[in-house]
Design a protein around this ligand. Structure first.
Ligand SMILES: Nc1ncnc2c1ncn2[C@@H]1O[C@H](COP(=O)(O)OP(=O)(O)O)[C@@H](O)[C@H]1O
Ligand SMILES: [Mg+2]
Length: 342
């Protein structure tokens, strides 16, 4: 098959741009590794950078299927842009549909759906204005409502009083041009759970994210500083444990929350769900990553591939299996329809 890879390439921010502007985007090495993996599966691969010329490129290349890792360019629907275009052109793709991608990018909306389904999430409030913050229970963490890769989550994003909340909400709204989500701060163990496939989806070995290596004065959160500065390939840190050392009961409850979350949000093919334990050891969902990072180098601690390696996958097998699940889901009928598009 001819497979297109839809992606956004990481660039160096210009001096006047925020340092984390391209944090969500992928390195050339990741795109090349996905290409190589798909080629090893016997496919012809074309690269489709998801910029403003994406529609024209797809129409010209006419891929049979697209492997989508594009985070999008701007706006709250940015992750949906590629699947919307592909749906319009009748080209099937890996991963969740535009609705699921738009919702999971919005932490407040995601929490509303999860709570409706009885899935534990820490209490949260959305703030549109730093002068009018809701009456919250401290301590809280303040995050941009619709970012990822720890953008806008700094070591000092935790607040213990109203003055601190207002200050962080102002920073988030002004820097990221969007509402802030204020959320009860859970200090329990943190896990991230990778799921692959459909009917039924499979939970890969659970990753625990640890912070023991951090100096005492730093908060135990996966802040921007921790994710991208403290833990780099030149300074590899043992920040993740996979499989997590947990008892059977906790493992079952983490898996149960992860699978219910996957289904409630309509995720398909693959996804990674971040969680933290509350004071009763109940796993609460913090974040749903319907386009999880797929950095191949194990030293980068990319969590989805790490979980897959722990389950015995190679990178090639992981990428081809995601594609395989998508093909199976889409079904032969759609593929036949797609043939006419060519
Ligand atoms: N409610 C919370 N309680 C405790 N820690 C949190 C909470 N929300 C986020 N964090 C910490 O911040 C990190 C990043 O938050 P997350 O919601 O996953 O954002 P992103 O979409 O940028 O990954 C989490 O991995 C966790 O360490
Ligand atoms: Mg996260």
């Amino acid at each position: 098959m001819k497979i297109g890879i839809a992606f956004n390439l990481k660039r160096q921010p210009k001096p006047d741009e925020p340092q984390d502007k391209y944090a969500e985007y992928d390195e050339r090495t990741t795109i090349d590794a996905i290409k190589k993996a798909l080629e090893s599966g016997g496919h012809a691969v074309v690269l489709l950078e998801a910029d403003e010329n994406f529609v024209e490129k797809v129409k010209e290349e006419k891929p049979h299927f697209v492997f989508n890792i594009a985070e999008g360019i701007s706006g709250p629907g940015r992750e949906s842009y590629v699947p919307v275009v592909l749906d319009m052109l009748g080209i099937p793709y890996t991963g969740s549909n535009p609705l699921t991608l738009a919702i999971t990018l919005d932490k407040g909306r995601t929490n509303e759906i999860l709570r409706h389904h009885g899935i534990p999430v820490p209490d949260w409030w959305i703030s549109y204005n730093a002068d009018e913050v809701p009456n919250v229970k401290f301590p809280v963490i303040v995050k941009p409502n619709a970012e990822g890769s720890s953008k806008g989550i700094r070591n000092n994003s935790i607040a213990y009083n109203e003055r601190q909340v207002k200050k962080i909400v102002r920073y988030v709204i002004e820097t990221y041009n969007q509402p802030a989500i204020i959320q009860r701060y859970l200090t329990g163990r943190e896990f991230t759970v990778s799921i692959i496939g459909n009917n039924p989806p499979r939970v890969l070995p659970i990753v625990e994210v640890t912070y023991d290596y951090l100096p005492k004065e730093m908060n135990r959160i996966d802040s921007y500083e921790v994710k991208w500065i403290w833990d780099s390939p030149n300074n590899p840190i043992d920040s993740i444990v996979c499989p997590a050392k947990i008892d059977k009961k906790l493992e079952e409850s983490i898996k149960d929350v992860a699978l219910r979350t996957y289904r409630a949000l309509g995720c398909v093919d693959f996804c990674r769900i971040d969680m933290r334990l509350d004071e009763k050891n109940v796993p609460n969902v913090l974040d749903v990553n319907a386009l999880p990072g797929l950095i191949p180098d194990p030293r980068e601690n990319s969590r989805f591939p790490k979980a897959a390696y722990a389950a015995g996958y190679t990178y090639e097998k992981l990428i081809n299996e995601i594609l395989h699940h998508a093909i199976e889901r889409v079904g032969k009928k759609h593929m036949a329809h797609n043939a006419s598009f060519r």
